[in-house]
Design a protein around this ligand. Structure first.
Ligand SMILES: NC(=O)c1ccc[n+]([C@@H]2O[C@H](COP(=O)([O-])OP(=O)(O)OC[C@H]3O[C@@H](n4cnc5c(N)ncnc54)[C@H](OP(=O)(O)O)[C@@H]3O)[C@@H](O)[C@H]2O)c1
Length: 224
């Protein structure tokens, strides 16, 4: 049985990713942060708590999860905060980068160490990014920058991960409900459906020729 680690695996999108891999008969290591898990999934899984803004918690988490062989890593956990320029300080900027960039980097580092000598091409990292990685919008500049760096990291990590590990990303547009004014920015005038994110994960899982790719699933928002 193959094992997948999903960070933020109980949240809105993460929960659906968890259900997808459970249905595919993977063993799922579900990371959660603050939400008390009330889960009844029909399959093989375990739950591990960690706060990625705290280096001790992140290190303990990495040491604990990588005792097992992990074949797929989904970096989904993230903090989204409105932070206008007047609110910036070093601690709050570092907090966003710790969770959105440094945690995925360190998890990827250990994943690659573990999988670099594997004899097949099953190793897969998928980073969940955001269409706003490519555009700095006034009140979310620190968030966008962290996602921009995660995107650059994704594209470049694929080059150094070795022959048997693929590294890809998905950049969603609006998945959560947003007001109608924002939706007008989509070429396709609706939210992205969760199933469309899951279909993209399945596509990246199955197509072993794809690495170093970030797929926008955004109803055309990035064209705005
Ligand atoms: N939803 C959208 O419309 C949308 C659009 C574009 C991109 N995305 C991206 O898609 C991914 C999932 O989005 P979502 O809407 O499902 O997000 P969400 O509901 O806000 O969930 C975020 C997850 O990150 C975890 N997290 C937050 N702070 C953490 C910390 N300090 N340490 C460890 N984990 C922490 C949360 O854990 P707790 O809840 O337990 O605190 C939660 O599981 C994110 O990477 C997001 O940037 C989402």
């Amino acid at each position: 049985m193959q094992t997948v680690l999903i960070t933020g695996g109980l949240s809105f999108i993460g929960h659906h990713i968890t259900e997808f891999f459970i249905a595919k008969q993977y063993h799922v290591i579900i990371h959660y942060h603050s939400k008390k898990p009330v889960l009844k999934l029909n399959g093989s899984y375990e739950l591990i708590q960690a706060d990625f803004s705290n280096s001790e918690s992140l290190n303990n988490f990495i040491n604990q999860v990588f005792k097992k062989d992990i074949h797929i890593l989904i970096n989904n956990a993230s903090i989204f905060q409105k932070s206008p320029i007047s609110t910036w300080d070093l601690a709050s900027l570092q907090n966003i980068f710790n969770i959105n960039l440094f945690a995925p980097m360190l998890l990827s580092q250990t994943f690659i160490k573990q999988n670099i000598f594997s004899k097949n091409n099953e190793g897969l990292i998928i980073n969940i990014i955001d269409i706003y990685a490519d555009r700095l919008v006034k009140n979310i500049i620190p968030y966008s920058l962290s996602k921009n760096a995660l995107k650059t990291f994704t594209l470049n990590l694929a080059k150094i991960s070795g022959e048997y590990i693929r590294v890809n990303g998905i950049s969603p547009g609006f998945v959560k409900e947003v007001d109608n004014k924002l939706l007008q920015k989509n070429i396709i005038k609706r939210n992205v459906k969760i199933e469309e994110i899951i279909q993209t994960i399945e596509f990246l899982l199955n197509n072993t020729a794809i690495t170093g790719e970030v797929i926008n699933v955004d109803c055309g928002l990035s064209l705005y």
